[in-house]
Design a binder for this molecule. Structure first.
Ligand code: AHR
Length: 282
């Protein structure tokens, strides 16, 4: 199992869920933490091939660049399951995908926003977007799903979008920079009315920055994705308006797929997790 790292509470829970489910079924895991580098993942997958493991599972940090290593796994007759994030590769090179639907998550975030704004006297809303890791399928699909809904509504305008790499430190850094440059929660003379953040750590970093600058974002709608405990607490305290769930507990379903493949059965091309949306009204 090649994991990408420990960048978020989501990621830590994702790894834990997989280890727990494997233990329950007496499945042994050979593990590698890629420390956020695709090159480490490629090395790890190649070492799994040398070990002749029964199944390779990996979280692709970015979408491209997997064809050669997948071909090597196929040549060695080792099935591969892609989890959490999707890849751009020939589908015949891997057995299937298990994970979350980033596009739906983005759409859910946008639907909440539209509903909320329908009750507002304001006519125009400027959006700041904190984006996840560039070229990762999950950041791309969240951005696309959100835009699919928002772009049909002339009230909304993206004022700034920046890659925060799914990291808390980057969320804080981006907000610190905006405040320092513009003298508050605004860009030039335009207010930031909406913050759409692709994950909780970036959101929590951003809230930390606002807190340090003693800025109370009471006129800004803040929407996040993941639903880790700290952000649910922030939602309860009224610091966030909406948290779209991203379910990290892939372990049990993954082990079902691993056992099916090991028994020579085929698995579905794509399996998606069930997810919900938590709002200030809940
Ligand atoms: O790929 C899932 C995303 O990666 C989660 O939203 C985020 O917290 C994690 O780092």
């Amino acid at each position: 199992f090649s994991q990408i790292g420990t960048e978020s509470a989501w990621r830590i829970q994702n790894t834990k869920s997989i280890f727990e489910a494997a233990k329950d079924r007496n499945i042994e895991i050979l593990y590698d933490d890629a420390k956020q580098k695709q090159s480490n993942q490629l090395k790890a997958i190649r070492s799994f091939i040398v070990y002749q493991v029964d199944v390779i599972v990996f979280v692709p940090i970015v979408s491209d660049g997997w064809d050669n290593v997948l071909q090597e796994a196929k040549d060695a007759n080792i099935p591969v399951i892609v989890i959490d994030r999707q890849i751009n590769a020939d589908p015949s090179l891997y057995a299937g995908f298990l994970g979350e639907d980033g596009f739906e998550q983005g759409k859910s975030a946008a639907k909440f926003l539209i509903n909320k704004c329908n009750n507002s006297p304001k006519k125009k809303f400027n959006i700041l977007e904190l984006a996840g890791t560039a070229n990762s399928s999950i950041a791309v699909s969240r951005a696309e799903g959100f835009r699919e809904i928002i772009e049909k509504d002339a009230r909304f305008n993206f004022i700034h979008s920046e890659d925060g790499d799914f990291l808390r430190s980057r969320g804080k850094e981006i907000m610190d920079k905006i405040i320092a440059k513009n003298g508050g929660l605004k860009i030039e003379n335009n207010s930031i009315d909406v913050i759409f953040s692709h994950n909780d750590p970036m959101t929590l970093g951003l809230l930390e920055s606002l807190d340090e600058h003693k800025i109370l974002p009471k006129n800004t709608i803040i929407i996040s994705i993941d639903a880790e405990q700290e952000s649910i607490d922030a939602l309860k305290e009224g610091k966030l308006n909406c948290v779209v769930e991203c379910n990290p507990n892939l372990g049990p379903t993954l082990m079902d797929l691993v056992q099916k493949i090991s028994a020579g059965e085929t698995i579905p091309r794509s399996t998606y997790m069930q997810e919900t949306v938590f709002t200030e009204d809940d």
